[in-house]
Write a protein that binds this ligand. Sequence first.
Ligand code: SAM
Length: 204
Amino acid sequence: MLTKLVHHKDALQPTRFINDAAFDWHYPERIQQLSRRHWTPMSVTRKAAAFLSNVPGKKVLDIGSGVGKFCLVAAQHYPHATFYGVEQRKELHRLALTTRDAMGIHNADFIHGNFTQIDLGEYDNFYFYNSFFENLDNNDRIDHQIEYSSSLYVYYSRYLFKALDSRPSGTRLVTFHSSENEVPPSFQVVDTSHDYQLKMWIKR
Ligand SMILES: C[S@@+](CC[C@H](N)C(=O)[O-])C[C@H]1O[C@@H](n2cnc3c(N)ncnc32)[C@H](O)[C@@H]1O
């Protein structure tokens, strides 16, 4: 299932994966089945992470990191940045950590909790795959372990809007399938995918 090991400047790099199925195979079957709907495809991650790790040493936060697929794929392709994820579901957070360790990835880390509980000021750039939409959508939910409500959707979107608006000029954001309710007008679109689902933003 794996591609060959890659040598780069004498250092052995963590294994890269040939496609989404090969990557997803590292998770339990239930998690694999959620992948198409809930975890970022590798081709999207590569584009998003290239934009977010434009300068070496950047700290990138995935807001709602699930089982860590975005962060782990990004970390493999962009070893000079560090990718962090914050995830509210304990089981998904635990799977992100065990998969990271099994893959030997050193530039990714995961925090368990609600994104409203952490200091977003510690990160340079942000990735957001429509994490709050589960509060509005009755279909294809990850599980039934948490409370869903439209008021939570509004609360989280406004919270992120304000937090992003207070970030310094030059902050980069990538949204995927977003309704953009959480993106303040101080962020300008600088690039999009052909279908407009993936958007790259920079704060003025
Ligand atoms: C669509 S999935 C994306 C996962 C990951 N970013 C990826 O692309 O592979 C969204 C995730 O956000 C998490 N999430 C939703 N609201 C959250 C919140 N307020 N704080 C932390 N995590 C949250 C959900 O539990 C879910 O795992």
